[in-house]
Design a protein around this ligand. Structure first.
Ligand SMILES: C[S@@+](CC[C@H](N)C(=O)[O-])C[C@H]1O[C@@H](n2cnc3c(N)ncnc32)[C@H](O)[C@@H]1O
Ligand code: SF4
Length: 370
């Protein structure tokens, strides 16, 4: 018996480093274009304090994975990354856990990568988005094809993953294929392929964009599936493709409904604590967070909201999950809605997951739990 909310839920650590050189017009992440100089070390000190003050939430658990996301963590000095990692050495589940750091192409040099690996980073997530200059300009990125190719080459022998965006203005299925061919020819073992979303509060939201139509998007998805599968990549989540043995342990923990402690300005946490599951966030302003790492918008997740939360995470995993691999016993209300999905041919009987049809129309399938 697992019990609904016990403190043995697997726990990962997310460290938010908000630094960015410029604000990309499609991005709604919590970022700052304030200078990094010296502030990275002040932020690292605040993050270390934040983790220390979270010991009740961590309980006696060890971190199963660590992810430095942003923003652009590669703008922070390696010294500040080392500072954070050194402060939590005794909180790691083993010396082998996945420790990922996001890099932007312009920051990738042999020296920087070597330093980061020396500090304990063992996986790099490279924000390429596209290798095609026209597309990079349409996204307002501060790197070009040359920088993207060079960064991919430098990371050739490093455990790394690439982020690509599709559905960019003026992009065609052929130009997406060109992007994917470059990744396939490289040694990269993991790809996150995101459709461009137009988020409120971004510059793109206010602009008239000539985005590819639905037919072109569908074609892109078919081409991507075909090319990636032919070349040894398996889709294991909505946006995630990996070669055998290289699934992201950190992201899988989110989708399997594990816990995560988020530290850094604007980070989010989910913690199963005593009798409840809570979510909260940290305030966004950098200086405010450095001064005081207090939590905001603390919320207990129960009833319908818990069902939705479970569906929105668990059903993203393409092959589904065995009941015994879940960190909690599923609530009766969830199981009742799940049975309706089985009856409609959208959900699997023998494990928790979507059928082929249910996965193809995942948004509609998830609506069963609203
Ligand atoms: C934290 S973000 C940024 C990481 C890194 N700073 C960069 O920009 O390369 C992680 C990833 O989310 C994706 N992303 C961000 N905004 C997006 C949007 N509006 N639509 C689709 N993907 C987005 C990008 O692929 C990006 O690499
Ligand atoms: S997409 Fe990346 S580089 Fe651009 S503003 Fe967002 S976090 Fe910064």
């Amino acid at each position: 018996m697992k019990g609904l909310f016990l403190n043995n839920t697997p726990l990962s650590l997310y460290v938010h480093l908000p630094w960015c050189e410029t604000q990309c017009p499609y991005c709604d992440f919590s970022i700052t274009t304030d200078p990094v100089d010296g502030n990275d070390v002040r932020l690292a000190d605040a993050i270390i304090k934040d983790i220390k003050h979270s010991s009740d939430l961590i309980a006696d658990r060890k971190f199963k994975s660590i992810y430095f996301g942003g923003g652009t963590p590669s703008l922070a000095s390696t010294q500040s990354i080392k500072q954070i990692l050194n402060s939590i050495r005794d909180r790691l589940a083993s010396s082998e856990i996945e420790i990922t750091l996001e890099m932007n192409p312009n920051d990738v040099s042999e020296k920087k990568v070597e330093e980061l690996l020396g500090a304990g980073i063992n996986r790099v997530s490279l924000g390429i988005q596209s290798y095609i200059n026209k597309e990079l300009q349409a996204l307002g990125r501060n790197h070009d094809r040359k920088s993207a190719i060079q960064a991919t080459k430098i990371l050739e022998d490093v455990n790394s993953t690439i982020d690509l965006i599709y559905g960019i203005e003026k992009q065609t299925p052929e130009s997406l294929a060109e992007n994917l061919e470059i990744i396939i020819a490289s040694n990269v073992n993991h790809l996150s392929l995101y459709q461009l979303t137009i988020e409120p509060n971004t510059i793109f939201y206010k602009k008239e964009l000539l985005l590819p139509d639905e037919g072109a998007i569908e074609k892109m998805e078919v081409i991507a599936k075909d090319l990636l599968e032919k070349n040894g990549f398996e889709q294991y989540e909505v946006s995630s493709w990996s070669k055998s043995g290289y699934k992201s342990q950190h992201n899988l923990n989110y989708w399997q409904f594990g816990d995560f402690l988020g530290v850094g300005p604007g980070s989010h946490s989910k913690i199963s604590n005593k009798q409840e599951i809570i979510r909260y966030r940290k305030i966004k302003p950098l200086e405010g967070y450095i001064q005081n790492q207090k939590s905001a918008d603390l919320k207990t997740i129960v009833d319908d909201e818990l069902d939705m939360d479970l569906a929105m995470n668990l059903l993203r995993i393409k092959d589904g999950l065995q009941h015994q691999d879940l960190p909690i016993d599923l609530p009766a209300s969830f199981l009742k809605k799940y049975q309706k999905g089985i009856d409609e041919g959208l959900l699997l009987k023998d494990k928790i997951g979507a059928t082929q049809k249910g996965y193809q129309f995942l948004n509609e399938t998830i609506q069963l739990f609203f």
